[in-house]
Design a protein around this ligand. Structure first.
Ligand code: ZN
Length: 465
């Protein structure tokens, strides 16, 4: 062995190049909480995790950061977001899903690509500062991928597709192939591209089939909004209601014939051979026991967005039944246009209160299960559990720390309870993705938050006109 390789080996053993982060609580997720724990990070990966005394003794040469009275856990995985709609928050707060959608279309038409770029940066900065490290982003304008890259987030960025007129499928697919090529070129190391047929009332059965074939051919993942509202169920079952009439008229599809399909939205999609383990259904509020069985049978993953669904008056997805059926479920904040903020603590808290309240039984959902769903559960739903979702050696160093130096955390009895019942997005003070700190001690390192906020306020003025 040469002198230099010997020196290199002994340096690695001592811990040179290794960073250790310690805290009062560390939550690996796959095992129980570690009191006075630490995580060692080497490059973009987790090297070791355990009691702080053992980890610091194992790597005496490592750079140690003690976060003291905090909880360290894996970054949150937001399975369904629309970062580019961040500026729409508060625009349509008191409308049911159908009228909300019509107003939203009017708002969307007021903005141009530059506005969406500004809005995407606002959304990306909110993710970083609220401890979201991975997003399942549904893109309309396509500007969020660049914001995701700039922020340093991990993502699956899905290109949204719309089309009810089967005569235009070729045109739609040509446009999609062009944008997929552009997105593939533009994506950084931490993003992958997916395809997002928008919903059953905006995408024809034939287009769904063609998109599913393309996704299978290219090994890409698919997602769609499914069984979100009563309006969608009425549209599919009886070919009527606001989505069949007002909505079609607004988007110029009123010349197309429509059928009463006579089934639920899940049954409707099931027949087009689009379901499978690489398919994520977003929402699944209006699902029957037979729908749940069909989704479970094809191993479809679900993004549960409890706040958005409740706020738009859509309802409450039957989460306990979905979990009992063995379906992979993660949380999604959905769009700030519907749920206003992208706060995974808020999603966890809303979920636990809603489901316990509806079931009149606390055993249907626990705080630890909520934190698992927001991390490893989300990773499984996204098909990324080999890389992220828990703190384990060899996984990516996507790590956050939540500051517990506040009265609403004092004293801590159980860290899972503290996170679910007590924490808010402002309590996050450290966010790291792939070993790269993006936010530390409440300072954004990759984005200019003042500029972003000022640009977003300017864009908002256009929505007031
Ligand atoms: Zn959505």
């Amino acid at each position: 062995m040469t002198k230099s390789s010997k020196t290199a080996r002994s340096a690695a053993e001592k811990g040179d190049g290794i960073r250790i982060f310690s805290a009062t609580w560390v939550l690996p997720i796959v095992t129980g909480p570690i009191h006075k724990g630490a995580v060692a990070v080497e490059g973009d990966k987790i090297k070791a995790i355990g009691p702080a005394s053992e980890i610091t003794a194992a790597y005496p040469g490592a750079e140690v950061t003690d976060f003291h009275h905090t909880i360290i856990l894996p970054g949150f995985i937001n399975c369904h977001s629309h970062l580019e709609y961040a500026v729409f928050r508060g625009s349509n707060d008191n409308k049911n899903f159908g009228p909300w959608m019509l107003n939203f279309l009017d708002d969307k038409a007021k903005l141009g690509r530059g506005d969406y770029a500004a809005s995407s940066l606002l959304g990306a900065s909110e993710c970083v500062t609220s401890g979201i490290t991975t997003v399942g982003e549904s893109m309309y304008s396509g500007t969020s991928l660049s914001a995701i890259n700039q922020a340093g987030l991990r993502a699956r960025a899905y290109q949204e597709v719309f089309g009810l007129d089967d005569n235009k499928i070729k045109e739609t697919m040509d446009l999609l192939l062009d944008s997929l090529e552009e997105l593939e070129e533009q994506k950084g190391d931490l993003a992958e591209i997916g395809i997002f047929p928008h919903a059953t009332y905006t995408v024809s059965a034939n287009l769904y089939r063609v998109l599913a074939d393309l996704a299978r051919e290219r090994g890409m993942k698919l997602a769609t909004h499914l069984a979100e509202s009563k309006a969608e169920s009425v549209y599919i079952r009886s070919g009527s209601g606001i989505l069949a009439l007002d909505f079609r008229e607004k988007v110029g599809w009123d010349y197309l014939s429509r059928e009463p399909f006579g089934v639920t939205p899940v049954k409707y999609l099931q027949q087009w051979n689009v379901f499978g383990p690489d398919f994520m259904a977003v929402h699944c509020v209006h699902v029957s026991p037979a729908d749940i069985e069909a989704l479970a049978k094809r191993d479809v993953a679900i993004a549960h967005c409890p706040k958005s669904n409740a706020k738009l008056g859509c309802g409450i997805a039957p989460l306990p039944a979905l979990l009992n059926a063995g379906i992979r479920v993660g949380f999604g904040t959905d769009s700030p246009a519907s749920s206003n903020i992208m706060d995974m603590f808020g999603e966890m808290r809303t979920a636990i209160f809603l489901h316990r309240g509806v079931a009149r039984d606390v055993s249907v959902l626990g705080a630890r299960e909520c934190v698992q769903m927001a991390t490893l559960g989300g990773a499984r739903a996204m098909g990324m559990e080999d890389r992220i979702g828990s703190l384990e050696p060899g996984k990516q160093a996507d790590i956050i720390a939540v500051d517990m130096e506040y009265s609403h955390f004092t004293p801590i009895h159980d860290p899972y309870s503290a996170l679910v019942y007590g924490a808010n997005q402002e309590d996050v003070f450290f966010t790291m993705v792939a070993g790269r700190p993006l936010y530390t001690r409440k300072v954004l390192l990759t984005l200019d938050d003042e500029q972003i906020a000022s640009d977003a306020r300017e864009v908002k003025e256009k929505l007031w006109r």
